[in-house]
Design a protein around this ligand. Structure first.
Ligand code: MEV
Length: 421
């Protein structure tokens, strides 16, 4: 399809206004004056491709999932693997409440065990202090939920204030609350206030997704589905055994998650920090997902902390972020996290399947061939045809592209002339 046809179709199936889609995505969602309100010393804006992953089904619901990413094949891989997962009923997901952690560091503590006891004894008072500054979120059913205290050293204690941020990512709420309760917490501990800031290791706000893919959906032209299952399980074991591999395995997951996080105006650095800290939580860096065989099915599970917002922050000012949420039509931040994580698991599956069978270079070659076809002067649908001819011939060079283009044009011109007569 052409871009205009895709926009019309996506508008039709999601109910999003076509003029809003066009107006937003022609400009990228913010102009320089708006960008000037976001950050400092602004010179302009920086555009990225905005695509949609298809075939994504989570808890029985279909989604058109916006992805902002510069890496070729990521959107196609997500769509392709989501289709395989769909053959087994799609993704199932569950998520925790939107509880974030505010940290208050207290130093020069005379007796850390007494400090912990006193902080915990005054939990209700601390929660009330925090709720006082949390404003609107408490009226929406959120607010401060609990206090924890941990000993970090002989003279250092950290208090954790757990706050349900509902539909917000929560960084501002949590930091405000941390600053509000800090003096009281330090006084209770008999020490001095240190840092007051959220933790990006938001492990009270995890999402868990799962898919069950039938063998036949995984088969390649060379390998039956059962063999692909075995190869993917071995690839999973490799990541479980080796942090060097686990890092790349998780990168494949984050290809999908980050693209959705970015498209919806969320803080991908926070998500990345949380994901990798979580991956290392047992003292050794590990894969965030695991793949196993269950009879004739491949079962994948993924768990990670995912703090996403559907209100506030960037969403207030970024038209494209708002458009993404309109396309997704999610009810809240937990559902958004479930969709993002499902896309992450899809990208992980696509990556492992490619690596465990043909290797990824074949797919990358197709993309490279498109660039070479463009450089040779191909336009419109000829780009894809010239690229395919080169891939089939396993000969991707500018000269080959020019020859392929010339032969297509020579063949097609007489046909076009005949049909216009
Ligand atoms: C490339 O962006 C992602 C992969 O390297 C992930 C993986 O190795 O699993 C293909």
């Amino acid at each position: 399809m052409r871009i205009s046809q895709r926009r019309a179709l996506v508008g039709q199936v999601t109910g999003a206004d076509l003029r809003e889609i066009e107006g937003t995505l022609d400009t990228g969602g913010i102009d320089p004056d708006t960008a000037d309100k976001f950050v400092e010393n602004v010179l302009g804006t920086y555009a990225m491709p905005y695509g949609v992953a298809l075939n994504v089904q989570v808890n029985g619901r279909d989604y058109v999932v916006p992805m902002v990413v510069e890496e070729p094949s990521v959107v196609a891989a997500a769509s392709n693997a989501a289709k395989m997962a769909r053959a087994g009923g799609g993704f199932t997901a569950e998520w925790d409440p939107s509880v974030m952690i505010a940290q208050v560091q207290v130093q020069d503590v005379p007796d850390v065990h007494v400090a912990v006891r006193k902080i915990l004894e005054h939990e209700r008072e601390i929660l009330a202090l925090a709720d006082d500054v949390l404003g609107g979120v408490t009226t929406r059913g959120g607010g401060a939920r609990a206090v924890e205290a941990r000993v970090l050293a002989d003279d250092v204690v950290v208090a954790h204030l757990l706050i349900d941020c509902k539909e917000a990512m929560g960084a501002n709420l949590v930091n405000t609350a941390a600053e509000r309760v800090a003096n009281r917490v330090a006084a209770l501990a008999g020490g001095r206030v240190g840092l007051r800031i959220l933790s990006n290791l938001c492990d009270k706000r995890c999402v868990r997704v799962r898919c069950r893919v039938p063998a036949e959906a995984l088969a390649t032209s060379d390998l039956p589905g059962g063999a692909v299952i075995d190869a993917i399980v071995q690839a999973s074991r490799f990541a479980e055994l080796d942090p060097y591999r686990a890092a790349t395995h998780n990168k494949g997951i984050m290809n999908g998650i980050d693209a959705v996080v970015l498209a919806t105006g969320n803080d991908w650095r926070a998500v990345e920090a949380g994901a990798h800290a979580y991956a290392a939580r047992k003292g050794r860096y590990a894969p965030l997902s695991i793949w196993r065989r269950d009879g004739d099915y491949l079962v994948g599970t993924l768990e990670l902390p995912l703090a996403l917002g559907t209100v506030g922050g960037t969403l207030r000012v970024h038209r494209a972020a708002r458009l993404s949420l309109a396309l997704l039509n999610v009810k809240g931040s937990g559902e958004l996290a479930a969709v993002a994580a499902s896309v992450g698991l899809a990208n992980n599956l696509a990556g492992l399947r490619a690596l465990a069978t043909d290797g990824v270079q074949r797919g990358h070659m197709a993309q490279h061939a498109r660039s070479v076809a463009l450089a040779a002067g191909a336009a419109g649908e000829l780009v894809e045809r010239v690229a395919r001819m080169m891939v089939d011939a396993r000969d991707i060079r500018l000269e080959t592209a020019k020859q392929a283009l010339a032969s297509l044009v020579a063949f097609e011109m007489p046909i076009q002339q005949a049909s216009s007569r």
